[in-house]
Design a protein around this ligand. Structure first.
Ligand code: FAD
Ligand code: NAI
Length: 482
């Protein structure tokens, strides 16, 4: 550890650790302060690597294989013996992947000359040229003050608690607890039909839980294109997920080893009993012990750190990124902001294109989108044209037994410019990148129509969707033709 750095980053999640690596590449002296302990060991990687993106995807993959082996192989003429799941092995596999990745991040920081300071960072004073950061080590030694020419605040977020369902980490858990159930709950309640509820609800449903999702809003997946949320609700319900919209949990209490959930469903009171209850009603910026009284950093009314489009706070040389600031709480958004902040400190004029941040929900099929929904495009005054193609008519999807879902494109009818792409399909999270790249290059629908897509691929449905925007899809009867 040095007494003074070009850059000190507080928080070693995807935002902070990528910023540290980039700063090292650019030759800055950089320290990343991270206090997390995962399974007894200090760990970089933040929420995403330790208790978020990566462990959830490991469980989604294991549970998908289990369900597919149990239910889908017979169609292919494959017979198996009795299919069983060893939960402790599944959890160890997840933990090993997390350890491999967090260890890899530590090696990357070291390899790029960035110091990882294991402990808590607090910005005492960010106003002058030499910013003061207090560092309290995890090993219990006395706090020290480091100076830094620049500071990036990247302390991330934590789950929102609701008083009606207090977390006890045994029966009522947050997303972190739901990654470590040691057995499959026979009945699982989920408060919040958002991304975590659908992903972790899917994991345990596939493994045998009866899952009930309580969603307070009258609309399911309100942020998605209406066609997407409708299709997603249909598919998830067909899989056995009991999604109850417009339903508010009024109380959850543990009685005799079960969770008794009282709720109000469109004005009608009800009760259900579960073995476990996951509370996943959103996340909030985490600022405990982050800012000293004289830090000088301004916050927004909602308690986020206030930043401009370039993640600069009100103070010169102090940036804030990721879940701590406005915008979607997504790892890739945090990463890009971290890189932007470092490069701007280095004098580059880079910026993040917030219009092309992709959303993915890792259910099966996956749900992914980029850009504007049809509804948003209309609200923004575009004369809208859309194209949609069902995977039921895509040869590769049929051959793979993955013919559920569709690809939809939203475009401006006057300029032909692609405004959004919405995908429900196996691998949607990868397919939607075609829309992102096309939008970054300000592609028109015609540009995409004129490209050759390999056959047979699910990506051909992208081609058919853009063709259908002008009534030209080949493998569908077109009502409007051009
Ligand atoms: P974080 O990852 O939260 O990292 C911040 C770090 O800062 C933490 O490790 C914390 O310990 C540390 N810290 C905080 N305060 C201090 C301090 N004062 N001193 C030292 N260290 C401090 N996003 C996706 O894009 N894709 C997904 O598939 C996805 N899946 C998710 C699944 C789950 C179950 C959850 C909970 C989240 C998921 N997310 C996903 C969201 C994603 O994890 C976050 O958007 C992302 O981690 C935010 O990155 P960050 O760097 O801003 O903060
Ligand atoms: P979320 O914001 O996605 O969903 C929360 C849901 O809970 C909303 O639909 C909301 O209406 C509902 N809700 C709120 N209060 C409620 C209440 N009292 N009763 C019932 N329902 C209530 O938040 P979630 O799922 O907790 O995820 C947190 C964040 O993590 C998200 O912002 C997301 O971006 C990120 N994440 C991203 C993933 C991905 O990219 N695949 C996966 C998991 C999380």
């Amino acid at each position: 550890m040095k007494e003074s750095y070009d850059l000190v980053i507080i928080g070693g999640g995807p935002g902070g650790y990528e910023a540290a690596i980039r700063a090292g590449q650019l030759g800055m002296s950089v320290a990343c302060i991270e206090k997390r302990i995962n399974k007894g060991e200090p760990a970089l990687g933040g929420t995403c690597l330790n208790v978020g993106c990566i462990p959830s995807k490991a469980l989604l993959d294991s549970s998908h294989r289990y369900e597919a082996t149990k239910h889908d192989l017979a169609d292919h003429g494959i017979t198996t013996g009795e299919v069983a799941i060893d939960i402790s092995k599944m959890l160890s596999r997840k933990d090993a992947i997390v350890k491999q990745l967090t260890g890899g991040v530590a090696a990357l920081l070291k390899g790029n000359g960035a110091d990882w300071l294991q402990g808590t960072g607090k910005l005492l004073d960010g106003k002058g040229a030499d910013k003061q950061v207090e560092f309290t080590p995890l090993d219990g030694s006395a706090p020290t003050t480091i100076t830094a020419k620049n500071v990036i605040l990247a302390s991330g977020s934590v789950p929102i608690d609701i008083p009606v369902a207090p977390i006890d980490n045994e029966y009522i858990v947050d997303s972190t607890g739901a990654l470590d159930f040691t057995e499959v709950p026979a009945r699982l309640g989920v408060i919040g039909g958002g991304v975590i509820g659908l992903e972790l609800g899917s994991v345990w449903r596939r493994l045998g839980s009866e899952v009930v999702v309580f969603e307070a809003m009258p609309e399911f997946l309100a942020a998605a294109d209406k066609a997407v949320s409708k299709e997603a609700a249909k598919l998830l319900k067909a899989q056995g997920m009991d999604i109850r919209i417009d339903t508010k949990v009024t109380q959850a209490q543990v009685e005799n080893g079960k969770v008794l959930v009282s709720f109000d469903a469109k004005g009608q009171a009800g009760q259900e009993t579960f073995d476990k209850l996951i509370v996943c009603v959103g996340r909030r910026a985490y600022k405990e012990n982050l800012l000293g009284e004289n830090s000088g950093v301004e916050l927004t009314e909602r308690g986020l750190v206030a930043v401009n489009d370039f993640c600069q706070t009100n103070l010169d040389g102090v940036y804030a990124i990721g879940d701590l600031v406005r915008g979607p709480m997504l790892a890739h958004k945090a990463m890009e902001e971290g890189m932007m902040a470092v490069e701007r400190i280095h004098g580059e004029k880079v910026q993040v294109n917030y219009d092309t941040i992709i959303s993915v929900i890792y259910t099966h099929p996956e749900i992914a989108w980029v850009g504007l929904t049809e509804e948003q495009a209309k609200e923004q005054g575009h004369e809208v044209k859309t194209g949609q193609f069902s995977l039921a008519a895509n040869g590769r999807a049929l051959a793979a037994g993955e013919a559920q879902g569709f690809i939809k494109v939203v475009a401006d009818a006057k300029t032909d410019r692609l405004l959004g792409m919405h995908v429900v399909s196996a691998g949607a999270g990868d397919i939607v990148h075609q829309g992102m790249i096309a939008m970054e290059f300000v592609s028109s629908i015609e540009d995409l129509q004129l490209m050759t897509f390999a056959h047979p691929t699910i990506s051909e449905a992208v081609h058919e969707a853009v063709l259908s925007a002008d009534g030209r899809a080949i493998h569908a009867i077109q009502r409007k033709r051009k």
